[in-house]
Design a protein around this ligand. Structure first.
Ligand code: 4AD
Ligand code: MG
Length: 428
């Protein structure tokens, strides 16, 4: 048995492939069987006069997604998808398939999500998840090549990482535990041990919003760097994002084509990226007719309006303190703001990164914890990082599904994760 993706090494030989039937067609004397084995798809041609009666009969029993074994001569054929065709000599049904619910026609998205375990087999879904896998690998490679040490942060935690509003709480032997909203506080602790670190894991937010960019479980990549200021942080982000987009272009050409992605737009994604302060962004938005007031966080529509003018991702930096999390460092030049940035992706995709320089002053950080009404006891260890050799440091979080959504040109991030968790979805 060989993998379909290796057919090219076997032209002129007889090979056996095992896989699932995507489609069958046929008329009187010739039948076509399209088989997918997870490494590729190949069309087999069955000619009645060239096979025995039994084999020809099997053809009539094939249904979409039944499992078969096909044996045949590998022929080069430029018109065939994948470039090769099999001249079948044997066809065996290994496992039948009930009437397959996903047909080559339009289905409603709820129907497709209810059948996510089967929908994964469809070509667009396969392409999207392949890009996700490439981007994940590119992320690990980037950090490895740049001397970052990977730190796995805990999923169960007693400290609220971002905001109290979106926590999944669970009983932990009589104590309150939360599913991690972020690994950030823990990678901060690892900085004095390794200087440059990152975590890459699932994060959880009880988002009560049903938007196309919110999941309740999503994967986040969070680097943290000792001695980096907010400016260094943005430089790392633009270099990192340019690298992972480049890797997708380089290694996922076929997938991006299946997804009908305009790759020329991605080819422009090279550092440096433009920057706009939050205050400037509000002015631009007001000129465009938005009634957003200084002090409010920017919503999805504001981000989309801002991005009308950009083909590259845009940094919006130094937001008002009240709009952002407690751990961000106060801006010494304008204490109403913090040293932070969001990175907004073009083409309407909006925020893919949130990052900041961290508050390294013990008194100010303690004050912010109180101001936000967070329980100081749960942060005692975090405050220790400011008691034992406090150091300037910065980091950011990149949302994997939002980033892959942008790279693949798909607007619903629920397709960018194998099994999406949404406010109204825990199945399958
Ligand atoms: O801006 P956020 O909330 O930042 C943090 O969590 C920081 N602790 C990161 C850090 O500095 N280490 O989230 C970061 C990114 C967002 O820009 C977005 O891409 C993604 O995580 N994200 C979500 N993705 C999908 N569904 C959700 N509900 C998301 N919430 C955030
Ligand atoms: Mg954010």
């Amino acid at each position: 048995m060989i993998d379909i993706k290796h057919l090219g090494d076997h032209v002129g030989e007889s090979v056996t492939v095992r896989g699932w039937v995507e489609a069958t067609r046929g008329h009187g004397k010739v039948a076509f069987v399209v088989t997918r084995d997870g490494t590729g798809t190949v069309q087999g041609v069955l000619v009645k006069s060239q096979v025995d009666e039994e084999t020809w009969e099997v053809r009539g029993t094939l249904t979409q997604e039944c499992l078969v074994s096909v044996t045949g001569l590998v022929k080069e054929d430029a018109r065939a998808p994948g470039g090769y065709e099999l001249e079948l000599s044997a066809l065996e049904m290994l496992s039948p398939s009930d009437e397959y619910p996903i047909q080559p026609k339009e289905h409603g998205v709820d129907f497709l999500l209810d059948h996510r375990h089967l929908w994964l087999r469809s070509s667009m879904q396969r392409a999207g998840l392949k890009v996700r896998a490439e981007v994940s690998q590119a992320i690990h490679d980037y950090f490895y090549q740049n001397d970052f040490v990977r730190i796995d942060s805990p999923i169960l935690t007693g400290a609220i990482g971002e905001h109290a509003g979106t926590l999944f709480a669970t009983d932990y032997f009589g104590e309150n535990a939360y599913l991690a909203q972020t690994g950030q506080l823990y990678v901060e602790a690892a900085c004095p041990a390794f200087k440059k670190v990152y975590c890459f894991g699932p994060t959880f937010r009880a988002e009560k919003s049903k938007t196309r960019r919110h999941l309740t479980e999503f994967w986040m990549i969070e680097p943290e760097v000792a001695f980096a200021d907010s400016d260094d942080n943005m430089r790392l982000q633009e270099d990192f994002v340019s690298y992972i987009v480049g890797r997708a272009i380089e290694n996922c050409a076929d997938e991006l084509q299946i997804l009908e992605r305009d790759v020329s737009k991605l080819e422009k994604i090279k550092a440096p990226f433009p920057r706009l302060s939050y205050t400037e962004a509000v002015e631009v938005l007001n000129k465009k007719g938005s009634d957003v007031e200084w002090g409010a966080d920017l919503g999805a529509t504001d981000e989309a309006a801002l991005m009308e003018d950009y083909e590259l991702p845009l940094f919006v930096y130094n937001y008002p303190k009240g709009a952002k999390a407690f751990y961000m460092k106060e801006n010494p030049d304008d204490p109403r703001t913090v040293l932070c940035n969001d990175l907004l992706a073009p083409e309407g995709y909006g925020e893919i990164i949130g990052g900041s320089q961290r508050e390294d002053d013990l008194a100010r950080l303690t004050h912010r914890i109180h101001e936000e009404g967070l329980p100081e006891a749960a942060y005692s260890w975090y405050l220790d990082l400011r008691r034992f050799g406090s150091f300037p440091h910065s980091g950011f979080g990149l949302g994997l599904e939002r980033t892959v959504g942008w790279i693949t040109g798909r607007h619903h991030i629920r397709e960018m994760i194998p099994f999406p968790r949404l406010m109204n979805r825990l199945y399958p």
